[in-house]
Ligand binder design. Sequence first.
Ligand SMILES: [Mn+2]
Length: 122
Amino acid sequence: MRFVVHEHHASHLHWDMRLELDGVLKSWAVPKEPPVEPGIKRLAIQVEDHPLDYIGFEGIIEEGYGKGTVSIWDEGTFDVESRKKNKIVFLLHGKRLNGKFILLKFAKAGENGWLFFKAKEG
Ligand SMILES: [Mn+2]
């Protein structure tokens, strides 16, 4: 499957990580630069699914809450190692993001907060 990380200069700069899953782009907005090394934990807010053909998008969003410019910060493929409702372990093969990563949902049901981090090596 493919993934992309969009760098999105909206009212607040953030990064949108999108994974090709279930026929859509599952998407998380990450308010700080995604973790390229282990030991950095990032908040990742799950946002609405995007259609698969959005994966290559770069350009200007003219209106709405996402108004601003979008460019591709990283892209590549990934393999899911395990997937549960509240935890996804996956291997990213990108230019900046490479290796094993984890998305871990917060305990509270109905909330969209996840932690996104790179697994320790070895
Ligand atoms: Mn965004």
